[in-house]
Design a protein around this ligand. Structure first.
Ligand SMILES: CC(C)(COP(=O)(O)OP(=O)(O)OC[C@H]1O[C@@H](n2cnc3c(N)ncnc32)[C@H](O)[C@@H]1OP(=O)(O)O)[C@@H](O)C(=O)NCCC(=O)NCCS
Length: 170
């Protein structure tokens, strides 16, 4: 079972060790403004600069931090943007990512005023896209040449999940 809690300063340094390249940084954080080499202080600075954004971590049954994500109100608080989804490299492929995103959705939709959750994912991040699709997210828009990383342009995709679809899939 996963447990969620708000990120504490010491967690940020742990999460930074999971980002081992510029590509990994952008794949995870998109246009959040993080720079390579990445350090945990950047995560704390993001939270300090945006008090609406909640940073959460997922812990495994032993209490070790194995995942991270953020939730941010958008569209006049009628929607929540899920972002910064990350599972520790050594913990991937074991179902933690799906369990964590499902728990993130439970957290977001716990507010009855929230009617949808949205996210952005890069088109070539096929594993993450499949994970989101299995949880009910559907593709909404494609942005060609969204960002240039190491001389290559990446396409991004926005996905959305409406409350009705989330409830139907529970
Ligand atoms: C995307 C990510 C969070 C998934 O976490 P995870 O713990 O590996 O995911 P799960 O083990 O729950 O996998 C759930 C499903 O997602 C898919 N999936 C996840 N990662 C995958 C990968 N690297 N390759 C292929 N499929 C993948 C699979 O369909 C899997 O289904 P399965 O049960 O048939 O294996 C993790 O790979 C990660 O942190 N990636 C780097 C950061 C990132 O890309 N974040 C998303 C930004 S939008």
């Amino acid at each position: 079972m996963l447990h969620l809690r708000d990120l504490q300063p010491a967690d940020a340094a742990t999460i930074a060790t999971w980002i081992d390249s510029l590509d990994a940084l952008i794949l995870w954080s998109g246009k959040s403004g993080f720079t390579w080499p990445f350090a945990g202080e950047q995560l704390l600075a993001l939270r300090a600069a945006d008090s609406d954004r909640r940073l959460l971590v997922a812990t495994d049954p032993a209490g070790a931090v194995i995942g991270h994500f953020s939730l941010r109100p958008v569209d006049d608080d009628s929607a929540v943007r899920l972002g910064l989804v990350l599972v520790a490299p050594y913990a991937r492929g074991k179902g933690y990512g799906a369990a964590m995103v499902a728990a993130a959705l439970d957290t977001a939709f716990a507010d009855p005023d929230v009617s949808r959750v949205t996210l952005g994912v890069y088109a070539h991040n096929t594993g993450a896209r499949r994970l989101y699709e299995r949880l009910g997210f559907r593709e909404e828009r494609v942005y060609e040449s969204s960002i240039e990383v190491g001389g290559k342009w990446w396409t991004s995709v926005t996905m959305g999940l409406v409350r009705e679809a989330w409830e139907a899939g529970r």
